[in-house]
Design a protein around this ligand. Structure first.
Ligand SMILES: Nc1ncnc2c1ncn2[C@@H]1O[C@H](COP(=O)(O)OP(=O)(O)OP(=O)(O)O)[C@@H](O)[C@H]1O
Length: 331
């Protein structure tokens, strides 16, 4: 299929999300900007608790009631969805944008058959007959690699293995032909061989259908395998962003360097023969973070890291937030 790879499907500028809790307000997402183009996979990567899931839920309009979202720009296919009403968001969700969750059992209803769950949304959004919806459901189950698809329609989620349930979730997300697919740690709950199959399947479907995909992961190995671009999140901010090949070849932010040093890369010699770790924990998200959020864990931090942190860019579009010069950062 012909893909206009310059068409921006999702354009988010200056997104902030605060969550009210009994302990105080958590500033979970702090002024982030992201764009995803048609036919592209953007991976958002970072440690647990850095705001990846809340970022993805905000894109789908699925934030908890205790959350407040603000943004300068929040466009989906050129439409300002920050101002769209509930009815419009419901219409877009599941129809033109879809989400795959980490644990399919939380998204699948145990009381309904796979067939009912696959077809209900489609019939509602596409005004399709039961027969049309069934035909599409069988075709999609086959597409995601499920054998005896027609018979599977009559089964309940608990009758399927974890890997099959995740395939059903992917089929369900694709039923209405979405233009944006958001996958939040889609393979984390599965065992390693099934993980690889699910990621391969997602990558193949994304390429074949030309969908814009946002993949949330804490695993840089996953990023290396399927992302075109990567956004590294830390404490609610994007600290580095760029093409995957550039980020792996020349990571600029000390946090990105730390993450990369934690994974085995073929052909790389590891100093001392041991993979790295990043000591310390993510800072509290309550209150303001002065200067660089990573400074307390950064081996290269200096006094000026507590001041204003500039956004730097290469000519090729890689950007990062760090005040230190290249030669000041510990290798
Ligand atoms: N409903 C909620 N109420 C209160 N705090 C929340 C809620 N949802 C998320 N948080 C907090 O927001 C922060 C970011 O959470 P988020 O789930 O986005 O992180 P994450 O990077 O996706 O982590 P993980 O990889 O563990 O899912 C965390 O501190 C989390 O505890």
């Amino acid at each position: 299929m012909t893909i206009d790879s310059n068409e921006v499907v999702l354009d988010v500028q200056g997104l902030t999300v605060d969550i009210r809790t009994p302990r105080g307000v958590l500033h979970v997402v702090r002024d982030i900007s992201l764009q995803v183009k048609r036919g592209e996979t953007l991976c958002i990567v970072g440690e647990s608790g850095c705001g990846k899931s809340i970022t993805s839920l905000s894109m789908m309009g699925l934030l908890p009631k205790t959350a407040t979202r603000n943004s300068r720009v929040f466009n989906f296919l050129g439409e300002d969805i920050a101002r769209a009403d509930k009815h419009r968001i419901n219409d877009l969700r599941g129809n033109r944008m879809a989400m795959i969750f980490q644990e399919p059992m939380t998204a699948l209803n145990p009381a309904y058959t796979i067939g009912d769950q696959l077809t209900e949304h489609y019939r509602h959004h596409k005004h399709a007959s039961a027969e049309e919806a069934r035909t599409r459901a069988v075709a999609l189950l086959e597409k995601v690699g499920i054998a005896s698809a027609a018979e599977r329609l009559g089964q309940y989620p608990h009758q399927l293995s974890g890997g099959l349930r995740q395939r059903v979730m992917i089929a369900m997300a694709l039923m209405c032909g979405p233009e944006l697919l958001i996958a939040d740690e889609p393979s984390t709950a599965l065992d390693v061989t099934i993980q690889a199959q699910i990621l391969r399947l997602l990558a193949d479907l994304q390429a074949e259908l030309g969908i814009a995909m946002v993949l949330i992961t804490h695993d840089l190995g996953v990023v290396a395998r399927i992302a075109n671009r990567v956004a590294v999140m830390y404490a609610g901010q994007i600290v580095e962003e760029g093409l995957t090949k550039d980020i792996f070849a020349s990571p600029q932010h000390p946090y990105t360097r730390g993450l990369i040093s934690c994974i085995p890369i073929p052909g790389r010699t590891i100093p001392g023969g041991k993979l790295g770790t990043i000591p310390g924990v993510v800072p509290s998200l309550i209150g303001e973070i002065k200067g660089c959020a990573f400074k307390d864990r950064c081996a290269s931090a200096q006094e000026r890291c507590s001041g204003e942190i500039p956004l730097r860019k290469t000519a090729l579009g890689q950007q990062w937030r760090c005040i230190l010069e290249h030669e000041e950062i510990a290798r």
